[in-house]
Design a protein around this ligand. Structure first.
Ligand code: SAM
Length: 211
């Protein structure tokens, strides 16, 4: 993700606390209070500009969606989307995914999405991959017993690494696709990166994981 300096972004984020929750720790274990309903809680980690999380919120008004993105200059696009098209069932967190267990209680989340996460190809950066064991441990804590991780990427190396990392951790895999856009999966909601890569003819890999 190329980062452009957007000095106005922080102020806009702070001025929209109903979109970017400024104190997610205070909702740990009680996100349903914030949303005011008992709908399932779905979280996208590394949400980027928020296309997926907002499209999903629009398509499934009976799910609560949270997107986590650490950069002001990126999440701001999601804020703009939600200002233009307000959605009660969508929130953004400008936070680092490594702090996930500070924001969500044990077994609080129904589904986690990891979409087109940075591959960090160098071995010495492996710990930064959002499918590294360290992150999988946090996901296992916050996911319900029947919770699932839905993972998509254009990067074959990251896909192979993630299959290894997830199965070593104890996740079981289902609905594995080596070419999502040629598969019979209906209802796929494309992310920003997915649109970009698939329009260049690149193959999209996808899987679902559960414990
Ligand atoms: N999911 C989006 C999509 O498919 O279009 C964005 C993909 S982009 C390659 C990955 C995003 O994840 C970047 O915006 C990056 O800042 C964010 N990200 C990576 N590691 C993160 C972390 N530990 N915490 C929060 N965001 C993270």
């Amino acid at each position: 993700m190329r980062l452009r300096n957007k000095p106005w972004a922080r102020e806009m984020i702070e001025n929209n606390p109903h979109i970017v929750e400024p104190n997610p720790q205070s909702y740990k274990g009680r996100w349903n209070d914030l949303f005011g309903n008992d709908f399932p809680l779905h979280v996208e980690v590394g949400t980027g500009k928020g296309r997926f999380v907002t499209k999903m919120g629009e398509k499934f008004p009976d799910r609560n969606m949270i997107g986590i993105e650490k950069f002001d200059s990126v999440i701001i696009s999601g804020v703009e989307r939600l200002i233009e098209n307000p959605m009660k069932n969508v929130r953004l967190l400008k936070e680092d995914v490594s702090e996930l267990t500070d924001f969500f209680a044990n077994k609080e989340i129904d589904r986690l999405y990891i979409n087109f996460t940075d591959p960090w190809p160098k071995n010495r950066h492996a710990k930064r991959r959002l499918t590294h064991e360290g992150f999988l441990q946090k996901y296992a804590e916050v996911l319900k017993n029947d919770g699932e991780i839905h993972f998509k990427t254009d990067n074959q190396g990251l896909f192979e690494y993630s299959i290894e990392s997830m199965t070593r951790f104890g996740y079981k895999l289902k609905n594995v696709s080596l070419d999502l856009h040629q598969s019979d999966m209906e209802d796929n909601v494309m992310t920003e990166y997915e649109e970009k890569f698939s329009s260049r003819g690149m193959r999209i890999y996808r899987l679902e994981a559960y414990l």
